[in-house]
Design a protein around this ligand. Sequence first.
Ligand SMILES: NC(=O)c1ccc[n+]([C@@H]2O[C@H](COP(=O)([O-])OP(=O)(O)OC[C@H]3O[C@@H](n4cnc5c(N)ncnc54)[C@H](OP(=O)(O)O)[C@@H]3O)[C@@H](O)[C@H]2O)c1
Length: 232
Amino acid sequence: MTGRPLVEQLLSRNYKVRVIVRSAHKLSAEVVGNPNLTVVEESVLDLTDEEMAKHIKGCNAVVSCLGHVLDFNGMFGEPKKLCTDATQRLCEAIEKNNPSEPTKFILMNTVGVRNPDLRENRTWFERQLLSLLRHILPPHKDNETAVEHLHKNIGRENKHIQWCCVRPDTLTNDENSPYEISESPSTGILSGRPCTRSNVAHFMTELIKKGELWDKWKFRMPVIVNSERSVQ
Ligand SMILES: NC(=O)c1ccc[n+]([C@@H]2O[C@H](COP(=O)([O-])OP(=O)(O)OC[C@H]3O[C@@H](n4cnc5c(N)ncnc54)[C@H](OP(=O)(O)O)[C@@H]3O)[C@@H](O)[C@H]2O)c1
């Protein structure tokens, strides 16, 4: 649901876009008909390393908008490490291609995952709640380990990859609106603020497009929420 507006916004700015999706019928006819779009219909973790490297060859930016389907199978079935394994394998594929300039890797994550570089304030209750989620909800643990991979294994000195982990708060399907980007969450876990998927897509598109914005947020985990003034 976030990948779709992201693709639409990139195409509207004349980027050439290659998508890896397991269900291409979910893309609109208008998007599929755009000559700047290439669709690879595959379940991303089923690709071999060689296929993965081939598909992302020549891409200046790679974005993962993956997320577990919110039903019993999606939450508790395989692949439990969907986001982590995809992050790891996409990064390996970037390195395998040995690009001459660092590739931007953008990971869609969640405000519920803390930035290991910062001492983000959480109350005792929130820390207990997050610890419980880590143990009972595999997707939460998966989001955490995907972030760990970027911090610990890719780091800041990788000559082929620069990364940014975008952390939206509560996602909605409203239209684009003013939004705010901050270093860390400003509200508690149970009092989250809405963020439209379109706004997440807009911010990711801006990160890809604007060198200055990228330099500001690379190796960081920006939190995105709709502006208060955009709330009716
Ligand atoms: N919901 C919230 O309020 C919220 C808040 C903050 C962050 N997030 C995070 O944001 C991310 C994306 O959110 P979203 O609402 O845009 O997600 P979404 O609409 O559920 O999209 C998830 C994508 O992942 C794909 N996918 C799921 N399981 C897969 C598998 N096993 N193999 C290959 N592809 C798979 C889905 O493919 P199909 O379309 O074929 O199923 C879909 O394209 C998630 O990681 C979520 O944790 C969510």
